[in-house]
Write a protein that binds this ligand. Structure first.
Ligand SMILES: [Fe+2]
Length: 388
């Protein structure tokens, strides 16, 4: 039977387009239809009329297993519905309608969630995936505009089944109406599925995007660390290395109000698996006024004080948050916190981040929905910061 075995799921939201992906059980064609979302007091999906009017579509008559189509010409920050279709000579499959929202323009508030380790924790997980299900369900309640995954979303880089078990199956409901971004964790690095299942801009292991007033940069920290001598540096923090050059150029070219950088290994965490060599990136990030660095790898939550030049700096420091999310390894924490640790707790969790032109508001929420940390960075018109 022809069925959709992954997704549909959303990728790469822009102010005027969305990319739709899904996987079918057999090779088949691809088609997506985007429909107008008309508000009413109550009705389909709560407050919308049954979507009927097709505004745009895209299709590929060639056969494939993994399907990827982009629909452009849409309005920014707008809700639409979509349906996807696949068929071969004998059978047809379809899914939807599901809602989606295009990216916000600068000046418009938005929110996103952050987690990681949906697969990285699997080797320790005695709950059989319950934590992953809870984390995805809790994140969905916050109705994020998109969701970041900071790596190790699968356990075994070469195992195709992992992608369904740890990510696409528990994440199905969230991912079908919420675009997702990820970066390469050590558990994905060296396999091809990350490249097949995500529609990031090439080379995919590092990229950047804008959303509202924020500029996001995803880095491949596995490439900055030598695999054979982990956690030693690979010596690539220098001009001439493609990823390093990309980072320098990208930071130079953005004028976004907020700069958020995410990569898998943690430069600051008061626990095992800290990768101190990555602090070599900090001077560059400081020079370009990055506000927030997100990492995972150590399966705990930890938030640093604002840091600059290796010291606390409450005027212009970068806050480093370890969102080692979908799991918890309390035994990986050191007996006591480090000098840079503001808050730290080993509980399964995700972050909910609300972004406005003046404020970055970050909440850490556990897998049962309880808030256990909250902080804000305020920035005035001149760029002066306040941390609360
Ligand atoms: Fe990791």
């Amino acid at each position: 039977m022809l069925t959709m075995i992954k997704g549909p799921y959303l990728q790469w939201p822009t102010e005027e387009s969305m990319t739709f992906m899904w996987e079918t059980s057999k090779p088949a064609t691809s088609r997506v239809e985007v429909m107008r979302a008309e508000r009413i007091h109550s009705g389909y999906q709560g407050n919308y009329k049954q979507p009927e009017q097709i505004l745009a579509s895209a299709e590929n008559s060639g056969y494939s297993l993994i399907h990827q189509l982009t629909v452009s010409g849409l309005e920014p920050g707008t809700i639409y519905f979509y349906k996807v279709y696949s068929q071969n000579e004998q059978e047809a499959a379809e899914a939807g309608p599901f809602p989606f929202k295009t990216a916000m323009l600068p000046g418009e508030p938005f929110s996103f969630t952050v987690t990681s380790e949906t697969g990285g924790y699997s080797g320790f997980d005695i709950t059989g995936g319950e934590i992953n299900n809870s984390i995805f369900a809790q994140m969905k309640k916050y109705r994020p505009d998109f969701s970041l995954f900071i790596g190790d979303i699968v356990n075994d880089r070469t195992n195709y089944a992992d992608w369904d078990q740890y990510f696409f199956s528990p994440g199905k409901e969230l991912l079908q109406d919420t675009p997702s971004f990820s970066c390469l964790g050590n558990h994905e690095n060296g396999g091809s599925w990350y490249y097949d299942f995500f529609a990031f801009t090439a080379p995919k292991n590092y990229y950047s995007f804008d959303y509202g007033d924020a500029h996001f940069i995803a880095l491949d920290s596995t490439d900055f660390i030598n695999n054979d001598t982990y956690p030693a540096s690979s010596g690539k923090f220098q001009a001439g290395n493609a990823q390093y050059d990309f980072l320098v150029q990208d930071l130079q070219n953005t004028s976004a109000k907020w700069k958020i950088v995410y990569f898998h290994y943690s430069p600051y965490v008061s626990g095992g698996y800290q990768v101190e060599a990555l602090r070599a990136l900090c001077p560059l990030l400081e020079q370009h006024s990055v506000d927030l660095v997100l990492s995972s790898h150590t399966i705990v939550y930890e938030r640093s004080y604002p840091l600059r030049s290796g010291r606390l700096d409450f005027k212009d420091g970068i806050v480093y948050v370890v969102a080692g999310g979908a799991g918890a390894m309390p035994e990986w924490l050191l007996p006591k916190r480090e000098w840079f640790t503001s808050q730290s707790l080993a509980v399964p969790h995700f972050l909910q981040v609300a972004v406005t032109p003046q404020q970055l508001e970050i909440r850490a929420i556990d897998h049962q929905g309880a808030l256990f940390d909250k902080f804000s960075i305020f920035k005035d018109m001149d760029g002066a910061k306040k941390y609360i």
